[in-house]
Design a protein around this ligand. Sequence first.
Ligand code: OAD
Length: 249
Amino acid sequence: MTDDTIRAIAESFESAREVLVFAGSGLSAESGVPTFRGEDGLFSDEAIVELARAGILEREPKRALEWYEKGRRRIREVEPNPGHYALARLSQTADYTVATQNVDGLLERAADAESVELPVHHLHGSLDRICCRECGAEADASLDLSEMPTCEACGGLLRPDIVLFGELLPDEAFDASARAAASADVCLLLGTSGLVYPAAGLPERAAEAGAELIEINPNPTELSERCDTIVRGKTGETLPAIEAEMPSS
Ligand code: OAD
């Protein structure tokens, strides 16, 4: 990352009124949460790809729920990283909306720690929530999914409130993100391969509406060509560096 690029991004943030952050698993990588693709990604194991597909909860509920309960425990054990904290603080400089594909709550935890109010829309749901597979009712998040608990309302099996491949995105989160894309001055792409639609269509919407697209990612992505400014670096290092260039810091 060059200092000039970091300074240019800080200037863009400074003049932006509205910022849409489009986040992926790379944002949480430095917290020890694995990404999906790439050499060490979760999807290098075909059995895990299978666990992410719609229908697995009907076909193999026990195996799937044990796997997801393990994931729920893991994200409770890890901590937000410097990228989450810097983003939470940066969000005070303009009207920020976060559209995240991540199912962890690490950014919200960082925002809480910084006493910052930051709207985070979970396009792919959240492992922090559980709901009924049959009626959709939200259930007590402290239940242990590996014990296969059932819904108090209808008796259906409970599941993590996340979006599996082949399932629809939650309307509310997608619509709020699409609205933010339509009015953003800057769209910040953090740690995402940009391969999974419809979520990955949000930066394009923002670009069409006139936003500057800024990517922070150590590797090229499907969306890189569309970006105006690119930092080939980790979010945990780059976001604090941008913050340090902001006049208010
Ligand atoms: P991917 O695994 O597809 O991409 C992770 C991205 O993070 C890659 O582009 C990496 O280069 C980048 N990366 C790795 N470490 C980083 C770091 N320290 N700082 C910044 N970037 C880093 O993950 P997603 O794009 O999040 O969907 O994947 C999108 C969706 O695919 C997920 O939400 C999930 C999956 O299927 C569902 O679960 C529906």
